[in-house]
Design a protein around this ligand. Structure first.
Ligand code: XIL
Length: 344
């Protein structure tokens, strides 16, 4: 039987993202599969600020504590996701008691308290943190998030400094999606280089890797691995999955923030996948893993965003209610043929 973590032992960790029911041990088959196949874990949602820090003086460590304990009991590398992100952040973070926007000083203080508390609690146990998530736009400019608007570009430097104070040993990462886009690649390189010039200690760049069966070009992905590692940092593939469904972006030409309605033509594989799509999926997965292996000296971890097709977020994003097949295990936790292609 093929075991992913054994196949890549000594090269890079093979990780998966755990959802709430897996962390609570509710789905025994999925939990068994996680233990069998993976040696690294990340929390899909429960460490995001709106979950772990829902109100100013209220933290909810229930699930995060279970998540970390699960990793330790099973000898897995434990990864933290994510400290500073514009999305899934609680409203209160940016507002005072009267609903007005907080001052720069207050937001910096809140960032500091949040990062010190969360990172400090798991010091020495959570080995890597996605300190900042998705700060760069596809055009390479910095995202005008509330952190940026209220604090200014300095919020990036401060986030890494606070995390470093809280756990000097943890590996600190910048994480983003669509990192193979040339303009975005350049923007990330610019941003990280600037941080390094300011003396900020940053250990790596996470490439989320939410790809689809047609894009991005493998060569562009490789250029990003090379450009990032030339900064002297490690690269991780943090959220790998490969949607087989039609892309609504191309169809509408809309901004990423646009909302899409469910439509039948957007959901063609409800009854199963045709063989030609399976073959394309398998060979593209194999091509990506061939690339990761080629650069195993630069890559510390490859993590899948979910355990099986049934619990992938891709079934609901960017169009809700579709049937997608983006991972290596099917809805019954059985290995898909893509695993053979990858390992071959
Ligand atoms: C997604 C989760 O998978 C969903 O369950 C949730 O509803 C939204 O967030 N980039 C990230 C991840 O960094 O945190 C996102 O996870 C997927 C995109």
């Amino acid at each position: 039987k093929s075991v992913l973590k054994d196949a890549y032992a000594g090269k890079f960790y093979i990780g998966t993202a755990l959802n709430e029911s897996q962390i609570e041990g509710k789905n025994e088959k999925e939990v068994a599969l996680v233990k069998e196949q993976f040696n690294a874990i990340v929390a899909e949602n429960c460490m995001k600020s709106e979950r772990i820090h829902p109100e100013e003086n209220t933290y909810d460590f229930t699930l995060p504590d279970k998540f970390v304990a699960f990793g330790e009991q099973n000898g897995m590398q434990i990864n933290g996701h994510t400290l500073i992100w514009h999305s899934q952040a609680p409203e209160w973070f940016f507002e005072d008691g009267d609903g007005n926007t907080v001052s720069r000083e207050v937001l910096i203080q809140r960032m500091k308290e949040h990062i010190h508390t969360v990172v400090g609690r798991y010091k020495g146990r959570v080995k890597t943190w996605d300190v900042v998530n998705e700060a760069v736009l596809d055009n390479g400019n910095l995202r005008k998030s509330k952190f940026y608007e209220i604090i200014g570009e300095d919020y990036l430097k401060l986030a890494f400094e606070f995390a470093r104070e809280a756990d000097p040993e943890a590996k600190l990462y910048y994480n983003d999606y669509s990192t193979a886009l040339p303009e975005k690649r350049k923007g990330i390189v610019r941003m990280v280089r600037k941080l390094q010039e300011q003396g900020v200690s940053i250990d790596g760049i996470g490439m989320q890797g939410h790809v689809d069966i047609n894009t991005p070009a493998i060569e562009e992905f490789e250029k990003s691995i090379l450009a990032f590692s030339e900064l002297g940092v490690k690269v991780m593939i943090t959220e790998f999955d490969m949607t087989v469904l039609p892309s609504p972006w191309e169809k509408t030409g809309a901004e990423v923030s646009a909302k899409f309605e469910y439509s039948k033509e957007m959901d063609p594989y409800k009854e199963g996948l045709p063989h030609n799509i399976v073959r394309t999926f398998d060979s593209r997965c194999a091509a990506f893993f061939k690339l990761f292996l080629k650069h195993e000296d630069k890559i510390s971890r490859v993590t899948f965003w979910g355990v099986n097709d049934g619990n992938s977020w891709r079934n609901n994003w960017p169009v809700p209610g579709r049937t997608d097949y983006p991972l290596l295990f099917d809805r019954n936790n059985q290995p898909k043929s893509a695993i053979d292609s990858i390992l071959a």
